[in-house]
Design a protein around this ligand. Structure first.
Ligand code: SAM
Length: 437
């Protein structure tokens, strides 16, 4: 059993904090004992005085050396009787001038069998106590308390909880603030939502790698913000590299409510005439795969020409019903959300039948002058509303389409003026930007 002795003129003060909680259980289980030692019992004069005026003048009284010496002698002799090795007993004086008490000190001090704390009052304690009777001088922070009792209670609490068996789950001591020279990550418990305040989704994901990455990042962020002094230069580069590496893990992809349509009519040709373009096998495959990758709800291929729709259906059915299923099951998954319809109105109706209302319709363009909504704005909108994003073929949409849609999405820009992407590439890039905005 570890024993902690507190030399004080207010012994009752030292009992209350440990009447409840983890430390009180440790006392009951005899893992530790806390003895409040009344300094007055060791005073030598008839008034039982423990303080006196200070030499050299000045306001305030100073605690005397003799009673403290006597109290310490008594403690040492009782420890000796109990067979405690004197090297396993340390004497600590609480003093604002002392070394700042940290978690590292708590860990070191928890190794000793017995600790005695000397609590000052008034102006402080005769300096000969620190010089001749103490092993350590500790402060608990840069402020002045009325006495050493609260400081000794703080130290005992921090030290005793590290003693074997005091805290049930040893694991909980490993991750804590300061134990790894950083502050701990934030914690959440039920309910998942309170007053609209959500628990970070990553913590509900069950994906331990992502959770660990999130916690590492939050821990580093808290340390950097509140206690930059704890982050050494070496740690900084190591931690920030780790954080960068982790970010891609836990950054939450936005859940978008999005359907897309590849339109083959009404499209413009090179002469700006309204035409129906041909469905291509490459578009069917690549856009279906992108749709599946980015969680698009429906991919509509729109063509009013029956023979074109029939060919496209043969391709899709090969992969979802025919030999393709056996040959490449991934591809049948990719086609699971692809369908061929005759008109844009058919696509809109299908969505309306499914979700109960008309989707927001957004056209795409390569020309920035037409744009009315950014990727970021559309991403936010599609997290709240269902969006049908239209991609064109040929030489782009007719004016009728631009007039009927709710928004026109900003174009994908490259490094120069050229941004004439294939529709397959444009779909993949646009979806990636919407999901990761
Ligand atoms: C009023 S204080 C004396 C302050 C002293 N005159 C000074 O300026 O450093 C009385 C006693 O409270 C305790 N004390 C006050 N602040 C403390 C702190 N931050 N950490 C540890 N002990 C403290 C010490 O035992 C101290 O002797």
């Amino acid at each position: 059993m570890k024993s902690y002795n507190v030399i004080t003129i207010f012994p009752d003060m030292c009992k209350l904090p440990f009447n409840q909680g983890v430390i009180s259980k440790a006392l009951d289980n005899k893992l530790i004992e806390i003895n409040a030692i009344n300094l007055r019992d060791f005073a030598t004069d008839k008034h039982k005085s423990t303080d006196d005026y200070q030499f050299g003048g000045g306001v305030g009284l100073v605690m005397k050396v003799e009673p403290i010496y006597n109290a310490l002698e008594s403690i040492k002799s009782s420890l000796n009787d109990k067979g405690v090795d004197s090297s396993k007993h340390k004497v600590i004086i609480l003093d604002p001038r002392g070394r700042r008490f940290t978690q590292k000190d708590a860990i070191e001090l928890s190794q000793f069998d017995s600790l005695t704390f000397i609590c000052g009052r008034y102006e402080g304690v005769d300096e000969r106590v620190s010089e001749h009777l103490c092993d350590y001088q500790y402060s608990i922070g840069d402020y002045i308390l009325t006495g050493g009792e609260p400081a000794s209670m703080v130290m005992i609490d921090a030290i005793a909880r590290l003693v074997d068996g005091v805290v049930g789950d040893k694991e909980s001591l490993v991750d804590e603030s300061f134990s790894q020279s950083s502050l701990e990550y934030p914690h959440y418990t039920r309910p998942e939502e309170f007053m609209g305040w959500q628990v970070p989704k990553v913590l509900l994901s069950g994906d331990h790698k992502r959770i660990e990455a999130w916690r590492t990042d939050k821990s580093f962020l808290a340390t950097e913000t509140s206690r930059p002094d704890l982050v050494s230069i070496k740690d900084q580069s190591k931690e920030s590299r780790l954080v960068e590496a982790c970010k891609s893990f836990y950054d939450e992809p936005v859940k978008i409510n999005l359907s897309i349509a590849l339109m083959h009519y009404p499209m413009k040709d090179k002469q700006k005439d309204v035409v129906t373009t041909s469905i291509t096998n490459l578009d069917i495959h690549d856009i279906s795969r992108s749709s599946c990758t980015f969680g698009v709800d429906d991919f509509f291929i729109i063509s009013p020409i029956k023979s074109q729709r029939d060919i496209a259906n043969i391709v899709i059915n090969h992969w979802i019903k025919g030999y393709g299923v056996e040959y490449n099951p991934n591809r049948s998954e990719a086609f699971s959300r692809t369908s061929i319809v005759s008109t844009l109105l058919d696509a809109i109706k299908k969505i309306k039948d499914k979700i109960g209302r008309k989707p927001i319709i957004v056209a795409t363009t390569a020309r920035s002058s037409r744009a009315t909504i950014s990727f970021k704005e559309l991403s936010k909108l599609s997290s709240e509303e269902h969006v049908l994003l239209l991609f064109g073929t040929g030489w782009g949409f007719t004016e009728d389409i631009f007039e009927m849609v709710d928004f026109v999405l900003e174009p994908i820009e490259g490094v120069g003026g050229f941004n004439h992407l294939s529709v397959r590439s444009a779909v993949a890039i646009a979806l990636s930007r919407l999901v990761n905005s």
